[in-house]
Design a protein around this ligand. Structure first.
Ligand code: 2AM
Ligand code: CA
Ligand code: CA
Ligand code: CA
Length: 280
């Protein structure tokens, strides 16, 4: 059903194939993984499934496109600026794959079925393919720059709420416990009474896919890494939505404080977050 935008061994076909294979394997290991470790902090979990899925994706991409560069969460030194440093080192790559093999590890570990595989391809720094796969629901979200965004072959469009009061928004608890978490708690406190409701479901990539699908009116989160956002960013753009950093700067692959919406509520959302931050 994806034939409209996928042909043969195109970049998109390989991305979809990787996401589907890794996702199936991740799902098959649910509840039976054996190694649970922490990385940077007690909130930062990793299992052998994260690492195995990344290896699987990296190998498959390497087989098809041996000259391309690869940035995956499990391949870099953990830490608050993990992806920023790696991105800098890879800034002259022509083609760069940006991959989160398992977004929502905490959910995965607890058996909460909201996690995803996120695969993006950037050409000279601009995302041209974005794939997010949710193995629990077998939902595949695919976008190609200029060609639209699809969920299982159906074209996606962002939602039509034009005010925060009619909006369903999502956010995430930031990994950075010192600066970003308190900042976002203020955002939550300011926005909760103004919106229809808030969700904090634990996979940034899948939240972005839901904005693209019109299931969420908007989403914001602080201190993310490029692999959490890159694929979902193109889904949102190609579904007619708007993306920026939290101050309103246009999205690029280095943005870490992300705000995504159907476009209609974007300015109102940024205004509330700004006011919340200023409210000391
Ligand atoms: P992860 O599951 O791939 O680590 C949830 O709010 C989002 O934040 C998820 O995309 C999650 O990605 C990410 N996240 C949660 N804890 C994190 C941490 N300690 N470091 C980096 N990213 C984190
Ligand atoms: Ca992680
Ligand atoms: Ca992630
Ligand atoms: Ca991850």
């Amino acid at each position: 059903e994806q034939e409209s935008i996928i042909g043969g061994k195109s970049f998109t076909a390989v991305a979809v194939n990787c996401a589907a294979k890794a996702g199936e394997w991740i799902k098959s290991k649910m509840g039976s993984f054996t190694q649970l470790d922490t990385k940077y902090s007690m909130h930062d979990l990793v299992t052998e499934v994260d690492k195995g899925a990344e290896r699987m994706i990296r190998n498959l991409i390497g087989t098809h496109f041996p000259t391309h560069s690869f940035l995956g969460e499990e391949g870099v030194e953990p830490g608050p600026d993990a992806s920023a440093k790696a991105l800098q080192e890879m800034s002259d790559s022509e083609y760069l794959w940006i991959v989160d093999p398992l977004d929502g590890t905490t959910n995965y570990v607890h058996g909460f079925p909201f996690f995803s595989v996120s695969i993006a391809l950037a050409h000279r720094g601009q995302v041209i393919v974005g794939v997010v796969y949710d193995p629990s629901r077998d939902e595949l979200f695919v976008a190609e720059r200029g060609k639209g965004a699809y969920v299982h072959g159906r074209k996606m469009q962002v939602s039509k709420e034009s005010t925060l009061s009619h909006s369903l928004l999502a956010t995430g608890f930031p990994a950075d416990q010192h600066v970003a978490l308190p900042a976002n708690m203020k955002g939550v406190q300011a926005l909760a009474p103004k919106v229809r409701n808030l969700r904090i479901a634990g996979s940034a990539a899948l939240h972005l896919a839901y904005v693209a699908a019109g299931r969420l009116s908007g989403f914001w989160e602080y201190s993310l890494n490029s692999w959490d956002i890159a694929a979902g960013s193109l889904l949102v753009e190609e579904a007619g939505g708007r993306l920026s950093d939290i101050t309103g700067e246009p999205y690029h692959i280095g943005v870490r404080n992300i705000s995504a919406s159907n476009g209609l509520i974007h300015d109102e959302l940024l205004k509330e977050l700004k006011a919340a931050e200023a409210a000391g």
